[in-house]
Design a protein around this ligand. Structure first.
Ligand code: ADP
Length: 559
């Protein structure tokens, strides 16, 4: 009969079995991880030793396949077994290694450390790092994993050596990367701090410059305003508010109350064109002053403000009160008009009397010379008075004349012929391209030509050659008067056609009023043409004007 076991017995048995299972598991783990090179197994026939010597082939192959070095030592530190990786590490043939003291292969400075690790390994598993020399004699870091083994022959020590160089290298790289990361983080932090302080400073600067601009804009005696890309006002300075009585919001809708009705259409059109063509606006108009309700003339300018890409982001405008100057100029023009008109009558009779004297038969030679000098002076005076009269007519918008089809080539030839009589010492060459027909006023065009020829002579004191050229260019006739005289600076070229403007400080050196070119340019404008100058100081000038050609009528060509 089977005897039933007590609870305590069963518990004991269970504990025994658990212990055996644990041992078996550990052994399997040790075999798997290659920590041992021999093992003792308790069998029914007593303990059995499984060593390499006992030809456990599988185990030997397994150990050989490991990439780690494996060594078994006896208690005296003699190598009982090692795998070929270890032999390789210490650069010796496998057969010769067995039986040698392991200390032979440990560099002096690591001997005591090695001893400590292995001594500890006899008691319990121990680990530690040392350096061994590789084939080339270079130190290589190794991790030693030491375990004691109970072999049949006695207790032995198993050491597994893992090459740490790759791991160390990785660690080094990681450390380096970490350091670089830290440095980069530090640099970024610094940059951020700098950026923050720059932004702070710029914001402060911006605030200061905005306040500064506002202060400046509010305290100069000029109206200043700004508008958006659409041309709508978005800022006006204090002077604007004081002058018009409107703030920026009110001003947007009060255009009709601000501008003089006669200036409205012209000014609005000019502003719209500047906005469309994205270029500077310039104009003059009358603005109503709130304090007395009078309209005063203002000269206005608006400049487009562009970003780096050249896109307009705003318009900045100024209106300058020119009312008083304009009135002064008007008075001056009025005086010039009246004076020249009044001078014309006595001058005409003076000219008549001189002519009568010229025809006197019994004039002495001296008297004849005086009469001829008086004629020349009176002619000069008449020329000046005519210029003044023309200029005041232009200002009053009264320079009107009839135009008819005319042969420009013939007109130029006539002027050249006259000039050769007036200036017999000059060579006036003509370069005329065929027959040129334009629609114009012969008398006024002759006036322009003669003015250009007179100037060419007057401003070429040392050069006697003048060329007059006429050619067709597409739909225009282009007439050029070329001289090789004193010329003028680039800056003068723009201003030369303005009233009373004289270049090169000619006010004191050459006679003249600075009116001829102004009148000529107005005459050409009246003909729908253009006048220009190209000049070089001390080399000469080319004055050219263009006039629209009269289109050929096909029925005339067939005649
Ligand atoms: P004026 O000759 O009476 O001064 P204009 O209006 O004809 O008046 O000319 C204006 C100015 O232009 C002159 O004072 C002179 O400085 C300059 N000018 C005109 N023609 C020439 C030229 N051919 N060469 C150099 N300067 C010239």
């Amino acid at each position: 009969m089977r005897q039933t076991k007590t609870y305590e017995e069963l518990l004991e048995e269970l504990e025994d079995l658990s212990f055996q299972l644990k041992e078996a598991n550990e052994t399997i783990h040790a075999i798997r991880t290659g920590q041992i090179d021999a093992l003792v197994v308790e069998t029914e026939d007593g303990p059995q030793l499984y060593t390499l010597k006992s030809a456990d082939h599988t185990y030997r192959v397994f150990i050989e396949k490991m990439k780690e070095g494996a060594v078994t030592l006896n208690s005296k530190g003699i190598i009982l077994y090692c795998n070929s990786q270890f032999a390789d590490m210490i650069n010796m043939p496998l057969a010769k290694v067995i039986g040698l003291p392991i200390m032979n292969f440990i560099p002096d400075q690591y001997k005591s450390r090695f001893k400590k690790i292995t001594e500890q390994g006899w008691g319990s598993d121990s680990k530690g790092e040392i350096f061994l020399k590789n084939k080339n004699g270079d130190p290589v870091p190794f991790l030693l994993s030491v375990t004691s083994l109970e072999l049949y022959e006695g207790t032995a020590l198993s050491i597994i050596l893992t090459d740490l160089s790759l791991q160390k290298e990785n660690e080094k790289q990681l450390e380096l990367k970490n350091r670089q990361l830290e440095e980069a983080k530090l640099a970024a932090y610094k940059m951020n701090e700098e950026l923050e302080s720059i932004v702070e400073e710029r914001t402060k600067d911006l605030l200061v410059s905005r306040e500064y601009f506002k202060f400046l804009a509010d305290n100069i005696p000029v109206i200043i305003w700004t508008a958006g890309v659409d041309g709508k006002l978005d800022y006006v300075n204090r002077r604007w508010v004081e002058y018009t009585g409107f703030d920026v919001e009110e001003s947007k809708t009060k255009q009709a109350e601000l501008l003089h009705p006669d200036d409205m259409e012209r000014s609005v059109m000019g502003w719209q064109t500047a906005l469309q063509e994205k270029r500077k606006y310039e104009g003059e108009f009358r603005l109503k002053r709130i304090t007395d309700g009078t309209y005063r003339w203002h000269s206005s300018q608006a400049i487009p403000f562009k970003d780096e890409q050249g896109n307009i982001t705003a318009w900045i405008g100024t209106n300058i009160d020119i009312h008083d100057q304009k009135k002064e100029l008007e008075k001056k023009d009025e005086f010039i008009g009246v004076a020249s008109h009044e001078l014309k009558t006595p001058l005409t009779s003076l000219k008549g009397y001189i002519q009568l004297m010229e025809f006197q038969e019994n004039l002495s030679d001296t008297a004849k010379i005086y009469v001829s000098k008086a004629t020349s002076s009176v002619n000069k005076l008449q020329h000046l008075i005519d210029e003044l009269l023309d200029a005041s007519k232009i200002k009053a918008g009264k320079l009107k004349f009839n135009k008819e089809e005319l042969n420009l080539t013939d007109l130029i030839s006539l002027c050249i012929e006259n000039s050769t009589y007036i200036y017999p010492l000059h060579q006036i060459k003509k370069e005329l391209q065929g027959e040129i027909i334009v629609c114009g006023n012969a008398e006024r065009l002759e006036q322009v030509l003669m003015n250009l020829i007179n100037n060419a002579v007057k401003y070429s004191p040392n050069r006697k050659e003048i060329i007059i050229r006429a050619e067709k260019d597409k739909d225009s006739a282009v007439v050029s008067v070329i001289d090789f005289g004193i010329g003028m600076a680039k800056a003068d070229e723009e201003l030369i056609f303005e009233r009373f403007y004289r270049a090169n400080g000619h006010e004191s050196t050459m006679p003249g009023l600075g009116m001829g070119l102004y009148i000529s340019s107005e005459i050409i404008k009246e003909h729908n043409g253009e006048i220009h100058v190209r000049s070089k100081l001390n080399e000469g000038s080319v004055f050219s004007f263009s006039l629209p050609l009269v289109a050929h009528k096909p029925d005339q060509e067939n005649k």
